[in-house]
Design a protein. Structure first.
Length: 204
């Protein structure tokens, strides 16, 4: 069973519907017992980094979530701001991130973008898998839907599992072992998103 963490933020119903569509058992939960028994976890996130971190940290299941990910090494997939929260900090705010992966979150620099490029980056964008991350298994010419003004900069280049271009290359996905994150929205990315969620369920 995949548990989609409900801490008041994120496209949780859309994620659940996509998982149901591909036949993957999942539930939305804010219940500590569910998280204790989960086989895998999806951490969604939409909006402001600080607000997401504040909401997550005050959730009654937060300590259990930390235990399961850091000590028991349950597979976790961060989505959009959920992937940014895996990092140590963000330029969007002052709250520390989860620090499950070393790195920070930075804003697109408008002055460095070519003419006509706007912030936020919004829309369908090609993603180039970096390495052999099984999240991208069987996805020919992957394209995903993005909505973001900030992006991830992991410390270790080996943690970059996917790259995209928006006036310059940026990290589209990160991962190290059981901890994975995608800046884009698989639940808005049709067949590409369905395959990626299926790969998370199958391979992690």
């Amino acid at each position: 069973m995949i548990c989609i963490i409900n801490y008041g933020v994120g496209n949780i119903t859309s994620i659940l519907n996509m998982l149901k569509k591909i036949g993957v058992p999942a539930r939305i939960t804010s219940n500590e017992t569910d998280i204790r028994q989960a086989e895998k976890i999806i951490l969604p996130g939409v909006g402001h980094f600080d607000y997401c971190m504040q909401q997550l940290k005050k959730a009654p299941f937060f300590d259990q979530l930390q235990l399961r990910v850091l000590e028991e090494k349950i597979p976790v997939l961060g989505v959009c701001v959920g992937s940014q929260m895996l990092m140590e900090s963000s330029e969007e705010g002052k709250e520390p991130g989860l620090g499950w992966l070393a790195g920070k979150v930075v804003k697109f620099n408008k002055d460095q973008l070519p003419a006509g490029y706007k912030i936020p980056h919004m829309g369908w964008t090609d993603v180039q898998p970096n390495g052999n991350n099984p999240l991208y298994e069987g996805i020919a010419e992957p394209r995903f839907y993005f909505v973001h003004s900030y992006h991830i900069q992991p410390v270790d280049p080996a943690h970059v599992t996917g790259l995209a271009d928006y006036g310059g290359r940026f990290t589209a996905s990160v991962g190290s072992g059981h901890i994975q994150g995608v800046q884009f929205h698989p639940e808005k990315s049709h067949k590409f998103g369905m395959r990626l969620y299926g790969n998370f369920a199958k391979h992690f």
